[in-house]
Design a protein around this ligand. Structure first.
Ligand SMILES: CC(=O)[C@@H](O)[C@H](O)COP(=O)(O)O
Ligand SMILES: NCC(=O)COP(=O)(O)O
Length: 237
């Protein structure tokens, strides 16, 4: 079964809008776990526009499911990993001020640096995942650099799904099959929602985990957080 990790960046965006602690990301994370999600994901960007460095340390104290920290592996990120020791680190090649993640790693071009970074993260006892486009060559590169998992960047799937699901999924299936053959775990995320999730996991049943934030938090405005988590979990069964 594919596990659900809820990305709570947008909870912090709302909290930061007024400068206080409402909503509390710590309380929301605890509730998300209580409502049945199997993980919590955060992406502490350098400008702290949503999740702050302090949030990551606070969450470490309360998260009892899988804690997944996403980010570009600069000195700040590596220090957080060393001190917080999450269950999983997802490496994303984002420049500092990008609006949101918009590309996967070029695992061939960055082979040397990724190999070193992944080896030092694994030495901390943290599972590694690297964000990649659905491209077989990039998956082969991911295998070479020694990552435990890949995270398939699903923005193109989400856009294409609205036109023709079977076309949109094709590259993702090929990439996932390659990853499975190479013995790498498979995560996916970005722009997944209640419309496109079921088809993704039906077509790629060996998917280990999806991380979902933006759409899930938007849905919670209408359905409530507890119901929303149940709706997403139902799509993954
Ligand atoms: C790595 C990834 O796919 C992103 O979806 C990311 O975590 C979202 O970041 P923002 O919430 O800053 O858009
Ligand atoms: N890794 C993807 C993620 O955590 C959430 O992406 P989104 O659902 O906010 O687009």
């Amino acid at each position: 079964m594919t596990r659900l990790s809820v990305n709570i960046n947008k909870v912090a965006t709302l909290r930061n809008a007024r400068g206080g602690n409402n909503p509390s990301v710590v309380q929301v994370a605890k509730d998300i776990e209580r409502f049945g999600a199997q993980g919590i994901t955060v992406h502490p960007r350098p400008d702290e526009r949503h999740i702050t460095t302090k949030d990551v340390y606070d969450l470490k104290e309360v998260v009892t499911t899988e804690f997944n920290i996403e980010g570009y592996p600069d000195d700040r990120f590596m220090k957080i990993l060393e001190e917080v020791r999450p269950d999983q680190a997802t490496l994303v090649p984002d420049p500092p001020h990008v609006l949101t993640s918009n590309a996967g790693w070029d695992t061939v071009e960055n082979e040397k640096s990724l190999t070193e970074i992944i080896s030092s993260i694994k030495a901390l006892g943290i599972r590694t995942s690297i964000f990649v486009n659905p491209n077989v060559e990039m998956v082969e590169g991911a295998s070479k650099v020694g990552t435990d998992r890949i995270e398939l960047y699903t923005e193109m799937y989400a856009t294409g799904f609205l036109k023709e699901p079977s076309t949109a999924i094709a590259d993702y299936k090929a990439a996932a099959q390659k990853a499975e053959a190479l013995g790498i775990g498979i995560n996916a995320g970005h722009d997944l929602d209640l419309n496109n999730l079921k088809y993704l996991v039906q077509e790629i049943p060996m998917m280990d985990e999806v991380s979902i934030g933006h759409a899930l938090i938007c849905d919670a405005l209408y359905y409530g957080l507890e119901n929303t988590i149940q709706l997403y979990l139902r799509e993954l069964q």
